[in-house]
Design a protein around this ligand. Structure first.
Ligand code: BGC
Length: 759
């Protein structure tokens, strides 16, 4: 429907009707206005499956939803590093929504994994904003290609569950731009989600729902968002102010309470009616975009989608360690140990919880293989060693050629609603792994968890497979990977630190009462670990394959660019092993010298390529300004400092294969204003002021760099270097104290004026 037509409809609505349009009719529907033929539409969770509640609604996954298909959660989806695959997931979900009459699926969820403790990390993509936003964009593209909307969430700086409805995330401007906003930015600007969900928390003291700076200035004015903003369920705190800030649709319904506030505010002149009109326009635009593009042929074929979930799961499982034990041989005696071999943990708790139409476990997937036996090993309802189960597992491990333990985090350890309090797996599972590995040197651990865990047994097992929360078809995908029927190709979208205390947010997470300071700034994840050269358990981007890849021929199409130009980077990748495989080529950029404090490297692009044995493909990247820029808080914009940058091609953030240096020249002149406090060193560094200041200081005893002739033993300590440093850090006003009384303040002010005229 055209905007003119929508405006015409709005002009026929009463103020009460318009106010009612700005909040849900119930838990899941937008308001319908029968009198004017305006339909209501349904929205549903999200993000990795359809949680459509036909009856009683809730936002915690308590009441039943329809039978649906659970795809790999965000943690695994990001590990695929595969945009096309996640677009396929989006297309599949979009089709399911069409079949079920759901206008918007509530996802993707892109919040940055600031700490491994965040209870919702399993739903989120990465510690890296580029990876997060690219995967989110791929998902949005897929869903919306089916004329169904997405709701990218939770905007903004919602990186913990502790006090999520009241805590204020205190984040500086540059960190917000480079890390937390950036996770949303690419996906929103490029893929235009139909809706954005604002988070519960405050950002620097202002509730997300009330934050005009982000909901209007950044989201709409800068990024061109043109859909509606919906509140997270219950995130509205001051309805009228929220509406003015750009928070269009309140969910769920406030049962008319907040609608009345809107009407009153318009009646008493506190709120312009045009603000209400505008919110209605945005909401109706999306409502009609859905209702006018219904696909009456769409069918929710659960079995077919289960197979798609399996195909996706295949690329979300990361092979972390392999001391030659994997792939397993099809006919040797193997024991699967652990509750999760029979009942995999494949999804997390809370609003993303899917009522699965079926689940394939690893045991289901080996049902026909008589050489594979099973022992439960542990319980996961409480963290206590069950001696009988443990003894049985150890016995079975001894008898077999290989033991594969399916372990991980129980639901009680990670979920929406609360954060983890440590990074450990249950003791009973760690104990079991140790005992089994003692009895059977050929032990492999398969992990089902949504976030990093400590691995005290890492050196005692030969193989480790990170299956994340791989969706309802995870068992089949795991078994295929273990037996080498598929070749692992996923990479870690986050660093696994050795221990929780190593995490940069450790000291400040989850904050004090209603306030959490993001004091680590831009040093999130590998940006911190790599800059500090710290040992980690597994680095960002790490993941093994059953084949080998070599890189060659790193080329750039130019060695020097201006910041408004692009550079093309190409590299050849060859499969040098004997199996077909996929490799994730990662491109990082490092600023060699910078006046601002920057991470040692940052991911700027990635590509996944499939190669037959012996095959070579050329991977191409194109880097523009953003790849070299940092957020400059003086001009409130992206800025590139002129200088050399290294382009790093890597297999992980710690396995850099090739490096190439290019020169980037800034086309933006930062505004300069010198004062009496400006140092001589800064003036000497500025080519515009250097000649003037050198001239001025000629002959000055203080600034002379010649050592004094009559130097005594004591004054010999006054070296040239020390004098130079003194000069460099001396403010202009220092001439008053050290200039021998020749200068007055007025003289110096004149000099400052002259300097400012030169820049
Ligand atoms: C969650 C959202 C979810 C909503 C609706 C909230 O509690 O934070 O992610 O979409 O509930 O279930």
């Amino acid at each position: 429907m055209t905007l003119d037509k929508i405006r015409e409809i709005i002009s026929q609505m009463t103020l009460e009707e318009k106010a009612s349009m700005c909040s849900g009719a119930d838990f899941w529907h937008t308001e319908a206005i029968k009198r004017l033929g305006i339909p209501g539409t349904m929205v549903s969770d999200g993000p990795h499956g359809l949680r459509k509640q036909a009856q009683e609604g809730d936002h915690l996954g308590i009441n039943d939803s329809i039978k649906a298909v659970c795809f790999p959660a965000g943690c695994g989806a990001a590990a695929s590093f595969n945009r096309e695959l996640i677009t396929l997931m989006g297309e599949t979900l979009g089709n399911e929504c069409q079949a079920e009459g759901v206008s918007v699926i509530l996802g993707p969820a892109v919040n940055i994994k600031r700490s491994p403790l965040c209870g919702r990390n399993f739903e989120y993509y990465s510690e890296d904003p580029l990876l997060a936003t690219e995967i989110a964009g791929a998902m949005i593209k897929g869903v919306q290609s089916k004329n169904v909307g997405t709701s990218i969430k939770h905007f903004l700086a919602n990186n913990q569950e502790t006090r999520r409805m009241s805590s204020s995330s205190e984040v500086d401007e540059r960190t917000l731009r480079e890390i937390y906003l950036a996770a949303f930015e690419g996906a929103i600007a490029k893929q235009k989600p139909w809706t954005v969900m604002c988070s519960y928390n405050k950002i620097n003291g202002v509730y997300a729902a009330q934050n005009k700076e982000y909901l209007t200035k950044v989201l709409r004015d800068e990024w061109g968002f043109d859909g509606y903003v919906v509140s997270d369920w219950g995130a509205v705190n001051a309805r009228v102010e929220d509406l003015e800030a750009g928070m269009d649709l309140e969910m769920p319904s406030s049962n008319g309470v907040n609608d009345k506030l809107i009407v009153e505010a318009v009646r008493n002149g506190a709120l312009e009616e045009s603000v209400v009109d505008q919110a209605c326009e945005r909401i109706l635009n999306i409502v009609y975009r859905f209702t006018e593009n219904r696909d009456s042929n769409a069918v929710f074929d659960r079995d077919k989608d289960h197979e798609i979930a399996r195909k996706i799961a295949e690329e979300t499982i990361v092979l972390l360690k392999n001391d030659g034990i994997l792939p397993l041989k099809e006919n040797e005696d193997i024991v699967f140990i652990g509750k999760y071999a029979k009942e995999p943990r494949f999804q997390g708790g809370g609003s993303s919880h899917i009522n699965c139409h079926k689940v394939t476990s690893a045991c289901d997937a080996v049902a026909g293989m008589r050489n594979v036996t099973y022992a439960q090993g542990f319980n996961d309802d409480q963290d206590e060693v069950d001696e009988a189960l443990m003894a049985e597992a150890v016995q079975a491990a001894k008898k077999a050629k290989v033991a594969v333990i399916f372990a991980g985090l129980p639901d009680a350890f990670e979920s929406e609603g609360f954060d983890r309090s440590h990074m450990r797996m249950p003791n009973c599972q760690n104990e079991l792994i140790r005992k089994v590995a003692e009895a059977q040197p050929n032990t492999v651990v398969v992990l089902h968890n949504g976030s990093p865990v400590e691995m005290p047994w890492i050196n005692e097992v030969k193989g480790i497979v990170e299956a994340y929360l791989g969706g309802q078809a995870v068992g089949g995908a795991c078994v295929d990977l273990l037996f080498g029927r598929i070749n692992p190709s996923a990479k870690l979208p986050e660093t696994f630190p050795l221990k929780l205390e190593d995490n940069p947010s450790y000291l400040f997470y989850p904050g004090e009462k209603d306030r959490v300071e993001y004091r680590e700034g831009v040093f999130v994840g590998y940006r911190y670990y790599d800059t500090k050269k710290m040992d980690v358990l597994f680095p960002f981007g790490h993941g093994l394959s059953y084949t080998t890849f070599t890189y060659s021929n790193l080329q750039v199409d130019r060695e020097s660019i201006k910041d408004n130009e692009t550079v093309k980077v190409t590299v050849d990748v060859t499969n040098t092993g004997s199996r077909t495989g996929k490799e994730v080529v990662q491109l990082y950029v490092s600023d060699r010298e910078s006046t601002v404090i920057r991470p040692v490297k940052e991911l700027r692009d990635f590509a996944k390529v499939e190669l037959q044995p012996g095959e070579t493909k050329t991977v191409e990247f194109s880097l523009g300004k953003r790849a070299f820029a940092y957020w400059n808080t003086q001009i409130h914009d992206w800025h590139v400092e002129t200088g050399e940058f290294e382009l790093l091609i890597g297999k992980s953030s710690r396995d850099i294969v090739f490096t190439k240096t290019i020169q980037v020249e800034s086309t933006v002149k930062l505004p300069v204003h010198y004062t009496l406090d400006t140092t001589i060193g800064d003036l000497m560094e500025d080519p515009n002021t250097k000649p003037f200041i050198s001239e001025l200081m000629k002959g000055s005893a203080l600034f002379s760099d010649e050592p004094k002739e009559e130097s005594t033993a004591a004054s010999e300590a006054i070296t040239k270097d020390m004098m130079m440093a003194m000069m460099k850090y001396m403010p202009i006003r220092g001439a008053l104290s050290f200039g021998g009384g020749d200068m007055t303040v007025e003289d110096l002010k004149k000099i400052v004026d002259q300097l400012n005229n030169r820049v």
